[in-house]
Design a protein around this ligand. Structure first.
Ligand code: PEP
Ligand code: MG
Length: 656
């Protein structure tokens, strides 16, 4: 039998309603299909159902054949016609993370402790001493096998066992009761995907063609993820990440490996990793981390920036020696000198303990600058502001004496979740931020992501050079569906706080014009929607050489400049900021970069607009006097650098 109906489920059959619909369909023995246009899919596969992208008010046909077809038809049609169907937050718990992985037992302590230790790149000041927490997520490298006829059935059983293992792990973490509601939702959705009938039968078919189970899991999940990534609807794009995540879990189970979980990190440990994504690090229990040592990365990599924000000493770019360090029992690190000591001797431990005591005293001394408001000889206030990436960092910024926010990186908000944040969610966030610092300014940077910093819900094409590619303002202007909700949220937040907005990666004056046109459009939309909105100053980051060369023209179009020395240095010096082997070139103090900064300051002064800096160099006491001499009146930095920077500014201005 078949029945045609109009789907009334609010916002259509996206992930949650789709998985609920499939659960309901599975309660019946009948063969059930959903038909939309010329496509018919099994109603028992959430993946196929999501790929069908059925929208609210769309006409579909339900077909059922089998002993309980009438009952199935009645239940499923009433689901489709119910606006609230599938929107409950039922099921329970789950954990996107694997169950806690134990830290590998330390192997015999290597004898690499020397008086100089190992040299890496100094990424975040401070000393640390503590036990090792090695974070090396397992790789999925494996030798692909082709199977003979006799191997096929055992391989299918192996696949099924691996899927059962993954499901059991997810159920265990759901049952643990330790997950936040948001995490429960994520794991629930993933757990439903792992058991998707259609994906499993596609994997089995791939094995029957003579491929091993790992290859089958990879081929099917990669293919399904690509199908989601190519859908027009950004919401469904984000399902690509879910499918890849479960593919990884199935493959790991087949290879007898487990993922690692940073939440297992003990208090006061030193995190040792070859590489760690900024997003993973931001999710880690940062308060428990005494220090960070990373094989890759440079001083302005986002890992280094997060470490500085939270005042965690860090050494990065240490290279392959990181593997050896991971085997030590205890590590000491000096984030200022960029040195690491494995299993430090008693003398070294005593030395570090004494230096830690001195550092604590120095910090206490610096706290007297907390309320200081520096002014230059003309009486102009020098704003010493904070660079933040999340609301959780507000407290650290206020405690350090930040006079506002000079850079709020909005990408973490986007990277944190599987789908794009709504205008309302963004409004809440920007409002909280603005209120926390009112009446001081908060400068919010519009979304700065690209192929190297992907975001759930945006499909980025593969690029040979993501740092030179479709990122920042370039991507936003091409995607008003992403850019406008952010601009609207900022216009709304401007009602309650001193919000300023700046654009990343600008290289053309036209990018400012196009943004202003969009802002006008957003204002009209908000008027039509009856939502109150204010105005904000619009500035640009100066972080491409092009922006420096057209700084005079840009200055006539915007309210302020903020110099992004992290990117400016990499583009001026043609030296990848993440590549430790060109770290010597990645030096802001180089004449070429300092000249670019001076040119920018001069263009800003000529046009009478504020020129600030939000790259990491803004907190460098060795460079601050030169930046002040160039006329910069705002320096924005990781909160932990603020007290020392204020002292340095006061001293520089008093000898001026
Ligand atoms: C910069 O490039 O200097 C900057 C502040 O932005 P980000 O480090 O986020 O690229
Ligand atoms: Mg930048």
């Amino acid at each position: 039998m078949e029945h045609m109906t109009i789907v009334r489920v609010r916002e259509g059959l996206h992930a949650r309603p789709a998985t609920q619909f499939v659960k309901l369909a599975k309660q019946f023995d009948s063969n059930i299909e959903l038909v939309s246009g010329d496509r018919a899919i099994s109603a028992k596969s959430a993946v196929k159902l999501m790929l069908l992208a059925v929208k609210e008010n769309q006409t579909v046909t339900l077909r059922a054949t089998g002993s309980d077809e009438a009952a199935a038809m009645e239940a499923l049609i009433s689901f489709l016609e119910n606006p609230d169907a599938g929107l409950d937050t039922d099921t329970g718990h789950a954990d996107a993370n694997e169950p806690v992985a134990a830290r590998p037992e330390p192997i015999a302590a290597p004898e690499i402790a020397s008086s100089d230790g190992l040299k890496g790149i100094a990424a975040s000041d401070g000393l640390a001493l503590g036990p090792v927490f090695a974070y090396f997520p397992p790789s999925l490298d494996y030798p692909a096998r082709s199977l003979g006829a006799a191997d096929i059935e055992p391989e299918i059983l192996r696949l099924k066992a691996a899927i059962a293992t993954v499901q059991a792990r997810m159920q265990a973490s759901l049952a643990s009761g330790t997950l936040s509601t948001a995490d429960q939702g994520i794991i629930s959705a993933l757990s439903d995907l792992v058991g998707d009938e259609v994906m499993i039968s596609e994997m089995i078919e791939t094995i029957r063609l003579g491929n091993d189970a790992v290859t089958a899991a990879r081929v099917v999940t990669d293919g399904t993820a690509a199908a989601f990534a190519n859908m027009v609807d950004v919401y469904f794009n984000a399902r690509a990440d879910d499918v890849l995540a479960i593919g990884r879990q199935i493959m790991l189970a087949l290879l007898g490996k487990r993922d690692m979980d940073l939440s297992a990190m003990p208090q006061g440990a030193i995190l040792v990793a070859d590489d760690i994504g900024a997003f993973d690090l931001a999710q880690a229990p940062l308060k428990r981390i005494a220090g960070i040592i990373c094989g890759r990365g440079g001083a302005t990599s986002h890992i280094a920036i997060i470490a500085r924000t939270h005042g965690i000493p860090a050494v990065v770019g240490i290279g392959s020696a990181v593997q050896q360090l991971a085997e030590a029992t205890e590590l000491a690190l000096d984030g200022e000198q960029g040195r690491v000591f494995a299993n430090p001797t008693a003398d070294l431990r005593a030395d570090i303990a004494a230096r830690l005591t001195r550092a604590k005293a120095e910090l206490e001394d610096l706290s007297r600058f907390r309320e200081t408001i520096p002014r230059n000889r003309d009486g102009v206030v020098i704003e010493v502001a904070a660079n933040l990436g999340s609301l959780e960092e507000i407290e650290a910024a206020r405690e350090s004496g930040a006079m506002g926010v000079g850079l709020f990186r909005t990408e973490l908000l986007f990277m944190r979740q599987k789908t794009l944040p709504t205008e309302d969610a963004q409004f809440e966030m920007y409002r909280t931020l603005a209120e926390s610092f009112h009446p001081n300014p908060v400068i919010v940077r519009t979304l700065d992501v690209g192929g190297d910093k992907p975001v759930g819900g945006i499909h980025f094409p593969h690029e040979e050079n993501p740092f030179l590619g479709w990122r920042g303002i370039r991507m936003c202007l091409d995607r008003p569906d992403i850019f406008k909700p952010q601009l609207k949220a900022l216009l709304r937040a401007a009602v309650v706080g001193n919000v300023k907005v700046m654009l990343p990666m600008v290289s053309l004056v036209d990018e400012v014009h196009l943004t202003r046109t969009l802002i006008d459009e957003c204002r009209r939309d908000l008027d039509a929607e009856g939502k109150p909105h204010g105005t904000f100053q619009l500035g640009v980051m100066i972080e491409t050489p092009a922006a420096v060369f057209i700084a005079d023209a840009l200055a006539r179009e915007v309210d302020f400049f903020s110099i992004g020395t992290n990117d400016l240095t990499q583009y001026v010096m043609a030296a990848d900021r993440l590549n430790a082997s060109v770290a010597n070139l990645n030096d802001v103090g180089n004449d070429a970069v300092m000249t670019a900064i001076e040119m920018t300051a001069r263009a800003g002064a000529k046009a009478g607009i504020m020129v600030g800096m939000c790259g990491e160099a803004a907190g460098n006491p060795k460079l601050i006097p030169q930046f002040l001499a160039m006329g910069l009146t705002e320096l924005s930095m990781s909160p932990s650098l603020i007290p020392r920077a204020k002292k340095c500014i006061i001293e520089a201005l008093s000898v001026d």
